[in-house]
Ligand binder design. Structure first.
Ligand code: NDP
Length: 281
């Protein structure tokens, strides 16, 4: 499969007209000391969309890589997220993230988790709406929001989130939540899109990889892309990063998408957003 350039990654148009590259690069669990090197490798491979978070403690490494790359700002799409423990100080938290990344503006800023027990996310959203209004952020969104959290947010807000970033991979698809997001005009972004590697050995995935001369990761990523989902796989390995990016060249048939979808087993990897209340994230 040929190596794509950044120009061949399709974009998804968000509900405010902003275009997001459909395949980006996630940096969760990349140690701060390694982040600059890993993100430089990702940019070199052709990624232009990077997904970080204040909670990952590696925004500065992402920023160092962006600065060192010399890539024009308008070619990049940079996402970071508001830490749970900072929902009551969203303005200061946003400014800290922007400074750590060394950017004038963010492309996408997300509330990382709803933490409904805190009762703070609508207040945080109002602060984010101000940064959106003054063009410090091109699009604002949420992550780990279930439908009732979205209902609460929408009832109290002016702006409909552009994105909901949620756990989605073949064995855990959240199809009802994804459909509800789409019906509200909220783009669906899959985190842990490879099931953190665990979904790569499933028989239908391996069979399709064999059929197409692709890798299992490419099959799983092509399955997401075929459904219009935004994906942000993580890899610290430059060969696997390139392999993952090349998934944009693989098109599955609707029947093949269904074969992978049949792997649904309800197995969540991350925390349940209904009850997750950790403040360190
Ligand atoms: P992924 O599903 O992206 O899987 C990453 C794992 O798969 C790593 O162990 C990686 O190992 C391995 N891997 C990557 N590519 C391949 C490949 N081609 N073949 C075999 N193994 C591979 O999991 P993540 O949880 O990292 O999710 C991706 C991103 O989503 C995060 O980095 C983060 O940006 C975001 N995220 C957001 C959350 C939220 O709450 N909003 C929660 C979790 C993630 P190796 O590095 O050695 O290649």
């Amino acid at each position: 499969m040929s190596q794509p350039t950044e120009n061949t990654v399709p974009t998804v148009t968000l509900n405010n007209g902003v275009e997001i590259p459909q395949l980006g690069f996630g940096v969760f669990q990349i140690p701060p000391a390694e982040t600059q090197r890993v993100v430089e490798d990702a940019l070199e491979a052709g990624y232009r969309h990077i997904d970080t978070a204040a909670a990952y403690r590696n925004e500065a490494g992402v920023g160092a890589a962006l600065a060192a790359s010399g890539i024009r700002r308008e070619e990049l799409f940079i996402t970071t997220k508001l830490r749970n423990g900072e929902q009551g100080e969203a303005s200061d938290a946003f400014n800290r993230s922007r400074d750590a990344l060394g950017l004038d503006y963010l492309d996408l800023y997300l509330i990382h988790w709803p933490v409904p027990s805190q009762g703070l996310f609508t207040g945080a959203w109002k602060e984010m709406e101000k940064f959106y209004a003054d063009k410090s952020i091109r699009a604002i969104g949420v992550s780990n929001f279930l439908s009732d959290h979205l209902d609460t947010l929408l009832a109290a807000s002016e702006i409909v989130p552009a994105v909901n970033q949620i756990e989605i991979h073949p064995t855990f698809q959240q199809q009802d939540l994804a459909a509800n997001n789409r019906s509200l005009g909220i783009a669906v972004e899959a985190y842990s899109p490879l099931g953190q590697g665990a979904d790569l050995t499933a028989a239908p995935v391996e069979a399709l990889a064999g059929k197409y001369g692709a890798t299992p990761a490419q099959v799983v990523l092509a399955w997401h892309l075929a459904q219009g989902t935004i994906v942000i796989p993580k890899s610290s390995d430059s060969t696997r990063m390139r392999e993952n990016l090349a998934a944009v060249s693989l098109t599955l048939t609707p029947a093949e998408v269904d074969e992978v979808s049949a792997l649904e087993s309800g197995g969540r990897i991350g925390a349940d957003p209904a009850v997750a209340a950790f403040t360190q994230m």
